[in-house]
Ligand binder design. Structure first.
Ligand SMILES: [Zn+2]
Length: 65
């Protein structure tokens, strides 16, 4: 793996972890969010979390092949 790929992975992983933390923190404090109905902010945080998770898992899979 070259250094550019490592940097890319680290920033992707960082953003994925940040999105996960932001999403979790929001869920713990927001009174309008529930597992099946999210507020606008909760929905946006969840979308960016799942998008980054997908991107990260896809990237990880590519590294193994
Ligand atoms: Zn919310």
């Amino acid at each position: 793996m070259n250094s550019a790929a490592v940097l890319m992975a680290e920033s992707l992983y960082d953003r994925y972890m940040q999105a996960a933390a932001a999403h979790r923190a929001h869920g713990e404090t927001c009174t309008r969010c529930s597992p099946d109905a999210r507020c606008d902010t909760g929905r946006r945080l969840h979308e960016s979390f799942t998008r980054l998770q997908d991107a990260y898992l896809r990237w990880q899979k590519q590294q193994r092949t």
